[in-house]
Design a protein around this ligand. Sequence first.
Ligand SMILES: C[S@@+](CC[C@H](N)C(=O)[O-])C[C@H]1O[C@@H](n2cnc3c(N)ncnc32)[C@H](O)[C@@H]1O
Length: 295
Amino acid sequence: MKEEQASSTAFTVVQGILYTARRSDLRGLVDDEMVKACHKILAASQEGQRRLRQLNSFWFRGIARVLERLTLPGITVHYVLRKKFIEDYVLESVAKGATQVINLGAGFDTLAYRLSQENPEVNFIEIDHPATHKVKVEALSGPDTPKDNLHFIPVDFAKQKLEDVLRESSAFDKDRSTVCIVEGVLMYLDISDVSHLFQALKELIHAPVRCVFTAVEPMSEHPKSFGPLLKLYLGMKGEPMNWTCLCRDMPAFVEKQGYVLGMVADADEFKRRYLSSDYKGFLHRGEYGVTVERL
Ligand SMILES: C[S@@+](CC[C@H](N)C(=O)[O-])C[C@H]1O[C@@H](n2cnc3c(N)ncnc32)[C@H](O)[C@@H]1O
């Protein structure tokens, strides 16, 4: 990603959620609290305000539909579905005893902000690149943001080791049962950095560790889900795709990292869980959700 600029794709994810929230055929898919939190984050920066203005433009909504088809068809609905899957898993993990949630490459995700208000006993940590982190911290600096159990830590994974930063941080508690989120991030890393991340989490946390993450399948597997302009778009944004993993290879990958596979949820599973059975929109099939644990 570009050194001094907040992640463009982090802005795009929030904008995609608000775009989906306004779709009349998907009413109720994005709840009001999520909409409010997304607005709050975007309203705090110039780029965010630009994205909000775009959402109100009739022309932009038309162009956005075409752009989506040319880059990642179905991606805006997919953003919402993957976030619902992750939130359900985090809530289930908290119900099973997790008392720490760490979101790696959190971007402008609103889950920790929302859940930290309702779960004061759970310690929430968000980690992101310093440029993206700065925008988010400014956006959530108001009095309604929990101060004791919601922590933001800036880390550039290209320059710093996750374990060094967490070990030095007073926000991190190695003895808490922890659920880690890595959403829409691993595809930007090299395979060695992906493996390193899973190893580091295992070694750092001296209590049960659960992870929920998303992975991308090679583009050739789903030609309809990856449009002709995608590579150009990601190259321009400075976030090219590096790591991909076939759904069917995921069990072996997880075992190699020393974790136990929970579930692999593809587009059909997301639809079964969160969309009505007569939903006719295009389902993005390039990315899927995975849960793993080391108890
Ligand atoms: C596509 S966004 C996903 C954001 C969020 N997880 C979501 O799904 O809504 C990718 C995130 O990875 C972060 N990221 C990219 N490169 C990074 C790096 N070198 N160090 C730390 N974070 C990085 C970006 O700042 C951005 O927030």
